[in-house]
Design a protein around this ligand. Structure first.
Ligand code: NAD
Ligand code: UDP
Length: 313
């Protein structure tokens, strides 16, 4: 297959490139590098099956030649970005999704949207099944991401219903692993970076809020299976192992041998109190569930950060 990955120089997109190239497919990455990096894909330069195009997908997209699938992953994803580049987030998920869908129509390509567990907002149903409509504050600081992704889902379903486009929607729950930015701002890179510098870990609020963290290799397997399924309705892909931010800090300090402990910082606005996927649909439709547990995944991530923190001095 000839695959286009928007946002392919980012954390998830670059792992997707590895997977598809590894399976013998041709991959074109389209990225404006706003939060991504060429470091994530440099190992593919020189591979005749790989091509990189620097482009902002909020502008008209032109890709010569046929395309079999478009994986639309372009979008900043860290809550830190919600404060610094909110308009870019709204534009890439609305205008960018519109352009990517239009390209899929032109090429007759299958389209997969990277959506998010943030469509459930601060959930009142726990764990979250795909049938839950969510609890989102449209004008809060997280609204720029949550509402943009909800719009992207609505647009994708409209193209499916009106134009018969062959679409997929994956609702991605917190994913972590190598190639997250050292200064990404999300909790795992924050904690690991702090621990490797011998600093106390910054726990927001009382640290009682929960997340369910999926190792990137498992997550990408879920994307791969979904693309090759025939499922047009959204599917949650995430690990069901739920942990508090306080417990997570203790594990990171133990695995890194960090003696500096933790410090508490204010809880950000609208921070979801709980999050855990109901993966009944992923299990039954795709035969998928996560295999890597938190300690194994954190150990691999810590090893990668150790090498990269060292490389940056
Ligand atoms: P990331 O920031 O590492 O990757 C996003 C990529 O998109 C970057 O390379 C960035 O440069 C690129 N990009 C952003 N705006 C663009 C534009 N206008 N034109 C072209 N490229 C653009 O983030 P990530 O964690 O890899 O997230 C990738 C996708 O997965 C996003 O759509 C995100 O919403 C979704 N997602 C991720 C998670 C997670 O836990 N990592 C959870 C839910 C959803
Ligand atoms: N968090 C934290 N310390 C940090 C960064 C984040 O305690 O240094 C918390 C944050 O308040 C949230 C959880 O960790 O409750 C996950 O935050 P992240 O930014 O990774 O993503 P989110 O799931 O909120 O989108």
């Amino acid at each position: 297959m000839r695959i286009l990955i928007t946002g392919g120089a980012g954390f998830l997109g670059s792992h997707l490139s590895d997977r598809f190239l590894g399976e013998g497919h041709e991959v074109i990455v389209l990225d404006n590098l706003i939060t991504g990096s060429l470091d994530n894909i440099q190992h593919h330069f020189g591979n005749p099956l790989f091509q990189f195009i620097k482009h902002d997908v909020t502008n008209y997209i032109h890709v010569p030649g046929p395309l079999d699938a478009i994986l639309h992953f372009a979008s900043p994803a860290s809550p830190k970005d919600f404060h610094t580049i909110p308009i870019q987030i709204l534009k890439v998920n609305s205008l960018g999704t519109h352009n990517a869908l239009g390209l899929a129509m032109t090429k007759g390509a299958r389209f997969l949207l990277a959506s998010t567990s943030e469509v459930y907002g601060d959930p009142l149903v726990h764990p979250q099944p795909e049938s839950y409509w969510g609890n989102v504050n449209p004008i809060g600081v997280r609204g720029v991401y949550d509402e943009a992704k909800r719009f992207a889902e609505a647009l994708t379903m409209a193209y499916h219903r009106i134009h018969g486009l062959d679409t997929r929607i994956v609702r991605i729950f917190n994913t972590y692993g190598p190639r997250m930015r050292l200064d990404d701002g999300r909790v795992i890179p924050n904690y690991v970076n702090q621990a490797l510098h011998g600093q106390p870990l910054t726990v927001y609020g009382e640290g009682s809020q929960t997340r369910s963290f999926c190792y990137v290799e498992d997550e990408v397997e879920g994307f791969y299976r979904l693309l090759f399924s025939s499922e047009n309705e959204p599917v949650n892909i995430g690990n069901t192992d739920e942990t508090t931010m306080l417990e997570l800090a203790e594990v990171v300090n133990r695995l890194t041998g960090n003696q500096a402990g933790i410090i508490f910082k204010p809880l950000p606005e609208d921070d979801p109190k709980v999050r855990k996927p109901d993966i009944t649909r992923a299990r039954t439709l795709l035969g998928w569930e996560a295999k890597v547990n938190l300690e194994q995944g954190l150990q691999r991530t810590i090893d990668w950060f150790r090498r990269n923190v060292a490389a940056l001095g």
